[in-house]
Design a protein around this ligand. Structure first.
Ligand code: ADP
Length: 164
């Protein structure tokens, strides 16, 4: 029997953007199952709580097929992958600036577990400059980020900054 190809797509997703969604849709074409993992550090502050981030990911992916799961973890990524029978870590690459960090992460993860490979997808050109941090910064200053994030994320961002 063919073993299932399961990939984990980890990130902060604070909040999920159209750039992330593009990687998710393309990842689903490559793997039998995709786990979108909110990887968090309890000591790091974020705009959205882990639950809010997972909710938003579920909401914006609800029309995609059932091979997608959303989860969270604050532990070692390769251990999480192993616990799920996943042997691929999926990451998105935007600019040269992403490369060095991603390269280091891929190497350390490979050193920690040689059975897990990191696979990179090049960003869709429309999302080249879309990062959660820039989105938060622009939205926080009252700029419109419509078109860069799903509409429900846009609403939640507006709510967040309205109540701050
Ligand atoms: P960000 O860098 O936006 O704060 P995350 O830490 O949540 O995002 O990123 C999770 C993964 O998604 C990383 O591999 C990151 O490079 C990738 N990613 C983030 N934004 C994009 C985008 N616009 N296009 C492609 N990949 C992206």
């Amino acid at each position: 029997m063919k073993t299932k190809k399961i990939a984990v797509y980890p990130g902060s997703f604070d909040p999920i953007t159209n750039g992330h969604l593009d990687i998710i849709v393309r990842g689903l074409r490559m793997f039998d199952e995709l786990i979108v993992l909110v990887a968090y550090n309890p000591n790091k502050s974020s705009l959205f709580s882990v639950e809010e981030r997972m909710d938003l990911i579920r909401l914006v992916t609800q029309d995609l097929d059932g091979r997608l799961r959303v989860d969270c973890s604050s532990g070692l990524l390769v251990d999480y992958a192993k616990s799920q029978g996943a042997n691929v870590i999926l990451r998105g690459l935007r600019a040269v600036s992403d490369f060095e960090y991603e390269f280091q992460m891929a190497l350390i993860n490979r050193r920690l577990n040689r059975d897990v490979e990191t696979v990179f997808l090049m960003t869709g050109y429309q999302w080249f400059y879309t990062s959660s941090n820039l989105i938060k910064e622009a939205a926080g200053l009252g700029g419109s980020v419509k078109g860069l994030v799903p509409d429900v994320v846009l609403e939640r961002l507006e709510e967040k900054f309205r109540t701050r």
